[in-house]
Design a protein around this ligand. Structure first.
Ligand code: GLA
Length: 724
């Protein structure tokens, strides 16, 4: 439940609002307000972020202000610092650390000016600070999205002085919260079990969540939510959230210290990072998108979903419904052959698939994972006529054609590596560590980017229209050395990610119709940064329907269902050996972007008919699932029911997916109370024609347990209610 806005017409979303006779700013959205101000020594304070109180006076939000004890009243560490800077009198986790040539690392910033401007979706506040001694300029940007209840923060630093500086750390921002007891929510996992939602109390000391693996990682996801301790309601209760738009190494530090003040700092990982900022040079830190809601974790998720949909996702494909896809990986692995792929394509078309994707194994000397990454040319032993006849036939069958690539990787057993061994990360005199028999290409190098771009451009133009690519990344980085450029060694982690973004941006502008899926051995790089340049993500290599429920629940805490690709695969499941019924597998995969990944060449006619029927019903529900608002009514559990609901923007229809992996003998009939409907509207259930009002469906609910006469396990049901 979203709080009703307290004010009818929000004033301008950024206003100057002095506080204690010092400059201050009030950032307002439909339901929230955020107060920024200057404290002692021009420190930027973020003293309030919470419900919109319908006032334009910053002081109204801060009837009481705390400081440090008298003898340390000049210290800043007990204050709500929006961006702790190393060199000021604070002991918090700093967001900015800058070294001078003489080794000094004391930075002192003075406020210079503010700039307020309108943007198509809201207003932007820029706050400019400068270090008189070094000429370092720090520009904070707060982009306010009044309709989305979100603020995107970023930081740009520029060296306007004469001496070279070294950036040792430039995080994107800190979120200070008033003294209190809080629980932090973060997402963790590993290969095959990504996006596990974890919670822990914030206590004095620090908790760090991060990646040092090169990608944003399976192990931790650059997202968080914080709630008052013990508040667990899915749809109500104060909740702050943040999501970092960065696909490389990152860090999030949760700290409780002086005056019980809580501070959460997030940004590019400072470990093994340093950036030379010569005179005139600048550096931008990625956006940290954050918000406040009193709608619980579900409310926070929906804010971020809308951000994906309206702001972050590539604009040219943003509104497009994602096609139902078939991917042949689990069916054929590396054994890709023309006739067998054509056979699969014909089957796929017959059950209503719209996009046929050939996965790994179609290129170079690729017969297993030991060779060919880096050689993005067609293997004509496997595809004797090349790709074109396959692509043409797929198009003739009425489907789009997609293909798998892993452009940042190289096998030593490849023409690319034999010609340019120095293009892979390496450290002189050290043996490389192989992961899946492959090394990581140094995407910080422009020649590497150019060579891979040329190969991909050739691939995308020479064989007829390729409509989709799945961009994979299958190993963490080790020996991340660039001995030819010792001066940029510690810039590599960032330059690589920027090189990746540049290449994706280039391909998008050259091939505007191309749809791109991000994959990293499953969901190892499924972050907000990737969603700027790719349209959807593969959340896990684990396609087991039971595990997938939990993975999809976790993923959808942070990202929109329209970005979440799920396949229906064969049983026993390749990763877990579990056997879930076909309909259950479909119902799970229908929660986002539906795909099929089983060996449909071997599916019996009965299963193909079921698949055809369910794909057709998914297409009917697709606008609701991909463009509606999502409400988890009950999270996935190993025993007992779970349910997730999607409501259209106008609340005139809704679909509820209900699942029960294992049921309990003698369990009573529980109810799932629906959300987001119009109370006075009458709705009719598809199938049996039952009718009810929105108020009754939200108050009394629908049966949650999935009872049938045929056993308690692996039950699923879909209910669709349409407004009359
Ligand atoms: C990764 C991906 C899989 C598949 C294989 C191919 O593991 O996550 O979906 O594409 O690579 O090698």
């Amino acid at each position: 439940m979203q709080r009703q806005p307290l004010i009818d017409a929000p004033p301008a979303s950024v206003q100057r609002a002095p506080l204690d006779e010092r400059p201050g700013w009030l950032l307002s959205t439909r339901s929230t307000a955020l107060v920024l101000s200057l404290g002692a020594s021009d420190a930027l304070l973020l003293a309030y972020w919470g419900p919109n109180g319908g006032t334009q006076r910053a002081a109204d939000y801060l009837p009481y202000r705390s400081g440090n004890r008298r003898s340390e009243r000049l210290f800043l560490d007990g204050l709500p610092l929006a961006y702790p800077v190393y060199g000021e009198a604070s002991f918090k986790e700093p967001c900015l650390v800058v070294a001078r040539a003489d080794g000094s690392r004391v930075t002192r910033l003075e406020f210079v000016e503010d700039r307020i401007r309108d943007s198509p979706s809201g207003s932007v506040l820029e706050l400019i600070f400068r270090d008189e001694l070094t000429g370092l300029v720090v520009e904070h940007r707060y982009s306010v999205f009044p309709e989305l209840d979100l603020v995107a923060r970023s930081v740009r630093v520029e060296n306007t002085g004469a001496e070279a500086l070294t950036l040792e750390r430039v995080l994107s921002g800190a979120l200070p919260l008033p003294p209190g007891d809080y629980d932090a929510y973060t997402l963790h996992g590993q290969w095959g079990r990504e996006f596990e939602l974890r919670t822990r109390p914030l206590l004095p000391g620090k908790f760090t969540t991060e990646s040092r693996r090169g990608t944003s990682s399976h192990e931790a996801h650059p997202w968080f939510a914080v709630r008052p301790r013990g508040e667990v309601a899915e749809h109500q209760g104060p909740t702050w959230c943040g999501s970092l738009a960065w696909s490389g190494n990152w860090v999030g530090v949760f700290e409780t210290e002086r005056n019980d003040s809580v501070s959460i700092a997030m940004g590019i990982q400072p470990f093994d990072f340093a950036w030379r900022l010569g005179p005139g040079a600048e550096f931008s830190a990625p956006e940290l998108v954050g918000g406040y809601t009193d709608g619980g974790l579900g409310g926070a998720a929906r804010l971020l979903h809308v951000y994906d949909e309206r702001v972050q996702l590539p604009e040219n494909q943003r509104a497009r419904l994602r096609p139902v896809l078939y991917n042949s990986w689990e069916a054929t692995h590396f054994d890709v052959r023309a006739e067998q792929q054509l056979e699969l394509a014909r089957r796929a078309a017959s059950i209503g698939v719209e996009l046929f994707v050939v996965d790994d194994g179609w290129f170079g000397a690729r017969n297993d994972d030991r060779a060919a990454l880096g050689d993005w040319t067609v293997n004509t032993d496997k595809l004797p006529g090349g790709l074109k006849p396959l692509i043409d036939e797929v198009h003739r069958l009425g489907m789009q054609f997609g293909i798998w690539v892993e452009p940042e990787m190289v096998n030593p057993e490849s023409d690319l590596y034999r010609a340019h061994p120095e293009w892979a990360y390496h450290a002189v005199g050290r043996e490389p560590t192989y992961g899946r028999n492959q090394l990581v290409l140094n995407f910080a190098r422009e020649d590497v980017q150019a060579a891979i771009h040329a190969q991909l451009q050739h691939l995308l133009t020479e064989h007829g229209t390729i409509d989709f690519i799945k961009w994979d990344h299958n190993r963490a980085w080790t020996e991340v050395g660039w001995p030819e450029q010792p001066g940029q060694q510690r810039e590599v982690w960032v330059r690589h990610v920027r090189g990746l973004y540049d290449l994706l941006a280039r391909l998008r502008s050259e091939f505007p119709k191309l749809l791109i899926e991000s994959c990293a051995g499953g969901g190892g790089r499924a972050d907000l940064g990737m969603l700027r340049w790719t349209d959807q993500v593969w959340t896990s290599d684990n396609t087991d329907a039971a595990d997938r429920l939990a993975i999809q629940y976790g993923f959808s805490r942070a990202h929109a269902p329209r970005t979440m690709v799920n396949w229906v695969t064969d049983v026993p499941n390749q990763q877990t050996g579990r056997v879930a019924p076909l309909e259950f597998r479909f119902h799970v995969a229908m929660q986002g972007v539906l795909g099929v990944g089983g060996d449909i060449g071997r599916w019996p006619a009965e299963d193909l008919a079921t698949a055809g029927r369910l794909i057709e019903s998914y297409k009917q529900l697709r606008p609701l699932v991909q463009q509606g608002r999502q409400y988890w009514l009950r999270p996935p559990a190993p025993i007992g029911p779970c349910a997730v609901q999607y409501v259209s923007a106008t609340a005139d229809e809704t679909v509820v997916f209900l699942y029960q992996i294992r049921g309990l003998v003698g369990a009573g009939m529980r109810r799932a109370r629906l959300h987001g409907l119009l109370p006075a509207r009458r709705y009719r259930r598809e199938g049996d024609g039952a009718e009810s009002t929105g108020a009754a469906l939200m108050g009394a609910g629908i049966p949650l347990d999935v009872l049938t006469q045929h056993g308690l396990d692996w039950r699923s049901r879909v209910e669709v209610w349409r407004g009359l």
